[in-house]
Design a protein around this ligand. Structure first.
Ligand SMILES: C[S@@+](CC[C@H](N)C(=O)[O-])C[C@H]1O[C@@H](n2cnc3c(N)ncnc32)[C@H](O)[C@@H]1O
Ligand code: SF4
Length: 386
């Protein structure tokens, strides 16, 4: 698989109530930040001479890439093209907030070279957007997704399960609205509130607004069934797509393909080494403007059992799972008690072995994957690998 590039854009107009991403309100240091990222890209030209070339995906995540001037994204794509080379069919995704998306912004993003949008919708119900402190209402989100689909064709939306006040009916209404608007990809996340003090306080005062674990699981199962029936089968624990519209970039994380990360808090894996940039914007600016590396952590991949277990955990996130042969090879490296704990997950109905057609379409390949129950209890399954 070819390498990809990730750029973390840390600016947001407003911090949503639930969010713990590296994101700063306002865009006062926008210009300095993008200058720093461009320097960082150029300073890592050694990665290109080391063989990382011809990137076939670039992903602007955040934060809110749609909030900044799209010309910055263009300049970074030009720098990536110069240093690493971009494949002619490169997938270029930008995450977007519906509030930013009018005709002018959509054109600017397209002109910048973006060809796929991932829009943070969360819900198409006004009463659910309020406690999340989203800056858009449902009508704006619906319009933004519709216009984005006609401008880009390839549009993903994020939905949340477990928003305060959400019911199965309102979740279906949000899902129907997105399908009607023509999204070809959908990510659905269970709302996590542990790092969100405002939502923790709301749950203490109004527990009736929050779904319990069983209800969350039922909502997830219904969503999974409806998306499958609508022609968007699940390809990863939290991701569904019309065939051919799976996120090429995100697939790289689950298959351990190289992804170089640029910008504040970005992580990289070059196929051998993992590294991470500082998560503090001021330090990122200081380092990149002095010509120093913003990298604060580096680890060598050793190919031994911890690395291989991580590879299995990531691969098991995919609906297709992992080849049975690599699953068995990894288990053979583990202590017998650990391997047998993992094998117990088959008995418990969390893992299964299936015969899938091989890549040639003729040969059949045995694969190990999570069952639907295993997907719902994936944290328990992954804990067996830690
Ligand atoms: C970087 S944001 C997407 C783009 C843009 N910043 C926005 O919010 O519109 C990535 C996605 O992560 C999900 N997310 C963030 N915090 C979450 C949380 N605490 N629980 C569940 N999902 C969360 C949301 O669905 C969000 O759209
Ligand atoms: S707009 Fe997106 S990144 Fe920014 S605070 Fe909200 S969820 Fe987080």
């Amino acid at each position: 698989m070819k390498p990809g590039a990730y750029v973390h854009v840390p600016f947001c107009a407003h911090r949503c109530a639930y969010c713990s991403f590296v994101a700063i309100e306002g865009r006062t240091e926008e210009r300095e930040f993008f200058e720093g990222v461009e320097r960082e890209i150029r300073s890592r030209a050694g990665d290109a001479s080391g063989g990382l070339r011809d990137f076939d995906s670039a992903y602007f995540g955040g934060g809110t890439p749609s909030y900044v001037d799209a010309r910055h994204l263009r300049r970074l794509l030009d720098a990536l093209e110069e240093v690493y080379g971009l494949a002619s069919d490169v997938e270029v995704t930008a995450e977007a907030n519906p509030d930013d998306l009018d005709g002018e912004k959509l054109r600017a993003l397209r002109d910048a070279g973006v060809n796929r949008l991932s829009i943070g919708v969360q819900s198409l119900v006004d009463e659910e957007l309020l406690p999340l402190e989203r800056r858009h209402d449902a009508a704006k989100a619906r319009r933004a997704v519709r216009e984005a689909v006609s401008a880009f064709g390839n549009v993903s939306a994020d939905l949340m399960i477990g928003i305060p006040g959400q019911t199965r009916g309102t979740l279906h209404a949000s899902l129907d609205g997105l399908l009607e608007a023509g999204v070809s990809h959908l990510s659905a996340y269970l709302l996590e509130i542990e790092k969100a003090p405002k939502l923790v306080a709301l749950r203490r005062d109004r527990p009736d607004l929050f779904a319990d674990d069983d209800e969350m699981a039922d909502r997830w199962l219904e969503l999974d069934e409806r998306l499958e029936a609508s022609g968007l089968p699940r390809y990863e624990i939290s991701n569904w797509a019309r065939p051919g519209f799976e996120s090429r970039h995100n697939l790289k994380y689950w298959t351990l393909a190289p992804v170089l990360g640029f910008g504040v808090a970005a992580h990289s894996f070059d196929g051998r080494r993992r590294s991470a940039n500082t998560g503090a914007l001021a330090e990122y600016l200081r380092r990149t403007h002095r010509g120093e590396s913003p990298c604060v952590l580096e680890e060598e991949e050793t190919g031994d059992s911890p690395g291989r277990k991580e590879g299995l955990m990531l691969g098991l996130r995919l609906a297709g799972g992992v080849p049975s042969s690599s699953f068995e090879e990894t288990l053979a490296l583990l202590a017998p008690a650990e391997a047998s704990r993992i094998r117990d997950a088959f008995e418990a109905g969390l893992l299964e072995t299936v015969d899938e057609p091989g890549t040639s379409g003729v040969e059949r390949e045995r694969r190990v994957r999570l069952t639907r129950k295993g997907v719902l209890l994936s944290n328990e399954v992954f804990a067996l690998f830690l």
